[in-house]
Design a protein around this ligand. Structure first.
Ligand SMILES: Nc1ncnc2c1ncn2[C@@H]1O[C@H](COP(=O)(O)OP(=O)(O)OP(=O)(O)O)[C@@H](O)[C@H]1O
Ligand SMILES: [Mg+2]
Length: 292
């Protein structure tokens, strides 16, 4: 067994999961990544590994930088310091053509990733195939049917987005995201706004797609309990760093305060609700006023 390499944060795993990661190829690697929007630091030395073929969740409070992490993976943002490696390529070193080539291997399902409202379910799923391949019409038909079958909506191919429920629309978006057989799937809060049954269905589909296609997947989510039932590993981010990590079993039994706050849904704890702000009393003009 390789030695544990976690030094910057609390590794909940014993023996360390990173040893397993090091044994297989990491598909995504963050090395001491720093990132700020303007003067505001968001990531302050994030290091993490996501192994090939695994489904890994990233959890953290609102505004902790989870979507920023996904954007760095997709090359939409560049780190100020440190390195982001995806499929063996330093994302920052890629030119435009290289970045497009990498993105073609990625599928993305974002919280508000809307369908094209004027296109049928079939045409929504066919869209990336028509854009990026030269498939014959009959091959394209078969592929779209296969993708819709994978999400249980082959029978809904002729419907328009307005005729779909929220859960169905998310499944169509998922079928569209996997149309080009991505090597990497990025999910940003894929469960938001779904009823418990649709939520469970999407979670299961994400897991099945990950297993059937061998796709590496990163899922940003707040839904702790559902995601723990499908993911292989979890990273917790707070204050710009990875503060805890572990397998679902380790996360469930962890006594780490960050992890417990998420598992228990506690309003009080290390994760704060408030966006950084000036002193409240000063904001209200009450500074210096003495109480009788
Ligand atoms: N384009 C931007 N310009 C300036 N600040 C931004 C921008 N995008 C995000 N931020 C800030 O960066 C911080 C991290 O944003 P991010 O979207 O990564 O958070 P998050 O963890 O995904 O939050 P949530 O769970 O609410 O989606 C937030 O405080 C946000 O205000
Ligand atoms: Mg976000």
């Amino acid at each position: 067994m390789l030695p544990c390499r976690v030094r910057l944060n609390r590794c909940l795993t014993s023996p360390c999961f990173l040893a397993t990661i090091l044994a297989s190829d990491p598909f995504i690697q963050f090395d001491d990544v720093h990132f700020r929007y303007g003067n505001r630091p968001i990531l302050d030395g994030v290091s993490l590994s996501i192994p090939q073929g695994k489904l890994v969740a990233i959890m953290g409070g609102s505004g902790s930088g989870k979507t920023t992490l996904l954007r760095l993976i997709a090359g939409q943002l560049h780190a100020d310091r440190g390195r982001v490696t995806v499929a063996g390529q330093d994302v920052q070193q890629l030119n435009t053509a290289g970045l497009y080539a990498l993105r073609r291997r990625m599928g993305m399902l974002f919280q508000f990733g809307a369908l094209f409202t004027d296109l049928s379910v079939f045409d929504n799923v066919a869209f990336p195939l028509r854009e990026h391949t030269q498939l014959s019409p009959s091959m394209l038909q078969d592929l779209v049917r296969m993708k819709l079958q994978a999400v249980g909506l082959r029978g809904a191919a002729s419907l328009m987005p307005a005729e779909l429920s929220g859960g169905m629309a998310r499944r169509v978006a998922l079928a569209r995201a996997i149309a080009l057989d991505p090597a990497l799937m990025l999910y940003d809060e894929p469960f938001t706004g779904l009823d418990p049954i649709s939520l469970g269905t999407i979670a299961l589909l994400i897991k099945q797609l990950n297993q059937a296609l061998g796709t590496t997947a990163v899922m940003v989510t707040h839904d702790v309990h559902v995601s723990l039932s499908v993911v292989d590993y979890v990273y917790f981010v707070a204050q710009g760093k990875v503060v805890a990590q572990g397998t679902p079993d380790e996360v469930r039994t962890s006594t780490d305060p960050f992890v417990r706050q998420f598992i228990d849904g506690a309003p009080d704890g290390p994760v704060r609700l408030h966006y950084p702000a000036a002193d409240f009393a000063a904001d209200l003009g009450l500074q210096g006023i003495q109480h009788a």
